[in-house]
Design a protein around this ligand. Structure first.
Ligand SMILES: [Ca+2]
Length: 269
């Protein structure tokens, strides 16, 4: 895993690494074409900081109609909960069976969807009563989930994002995600923001901004240093969780067992 992580980081960061030996012979035209195809690179400014429960192993995060929702993982601790942004307090709405490890969530219409990691099952709840509406099965693992308001978009730990029918959970199309022609593996929590899919890349501090039509990574948001060292403990885990408040344009991010949730603004590097 360590080697994979290193390679992944190297791949994502390569756009800013300057001339490399293999490219010293390329023509000016080729270099220009490569530059224009490169992903935009972004850093961040913290706009607000909110508390976040360190008991929450964040696997899904979404802002919907003024409310912030979170799905958490770990066996015996996986829940669907509504968060109070100001206090960080959680109102648990659903507890998953102890045999299930919760993953991504998304809200669409009057339904809430919650993936499970290896149980091949998505739970669908009524948004008001939290009663189970349906269980659908899928192949492979469940990681992240988001929606454009019509379809669902699901990650499964690979470099593929599945486009899914919300009524049946049928897989309609696959989006192969690439960065400068290379597959980007370990796509994790997702968020639909202004026609693009933002994806946490597992084990990194980076978010890939993906064109859903082509799968091409158009931008990389580098959140290195977001959670200060002073806030980290041996139990603090990776960056995961992106939520977008469409009404105000606010972007929220957090991580697994992080003690803080951040509102950020991205800035071109
Ligand atoms: Ca999300």
């Amino acid at each position: 895993m360590r080697i994979v992580t290193t390679l992944l980081l190297a791949a994502l960061l390569s756009a800013s690494c300057g001339p490399r030996t293999a490219r010293t012979q390329e023509s000016a035209a080729a270099a220009s074409a490569r530059q224009s195809a490169s992903a935009e690179r972004y850093t961040y400014v913290v706009r607000n900081v909110y508390p976040h429960l360190t008991t929450s192993y964040t696997q899904g995060l979404q802002f919907a109609d003024g409310e912030l929702w979170e799905g958490t993982g770990e066996y015996g601790r996986s829940v669907l909960q509504r968060l109070d942004l100001a206090t960080g307090r959680a109102d648990v709405k659903v507890r998953l069976p102890r045999t299930e490890f919760g993953e991504g969530i998304t809200l669409l219409g009057d339904r809430i969807y919650q993936l499970t990691w290896t149980s091949n099952t998505v739970h669908v709840y009524d948004r008001r009563s939290f009663e189970k509406v349906a269980d659908f099965r899928y192949t492979g693992e469940g990681w992240g989930l988001t929606t454009d308001g019509t379809k669902l978009y699901m990650s499964d730990g690979t470099s593929t994002i599945r486009v899914v029918d919300p009524a049946t959970f049928r897989r309609e199309r696959d989006i192969p995600v690439t960065y400068e022609g290379q597959a980007v593996e370990l796509l994790n929590e997702l968020e639909w923001i202004d026609g693009r899919i933002w994806a946490n890349v597992y084990t990194t501090d980076q978010i890939a901004v993906i064109d859903p039509a082509t799968g091409v990574v158009e931008g990389v948001v580098d959140l290195t240093g977001l959670l200060p060292d002073a806030d980290r403990t041996p139990r603090t885990d990776v960056l995961n969780g992106i939520a977008y408040d469409e009404a105000t344009g606010r972007i929220f991010v957090t991580g697994k067992r992080w003690n803080k949730l951040f509102e950020i603004e991205i800035v071109k590097q």
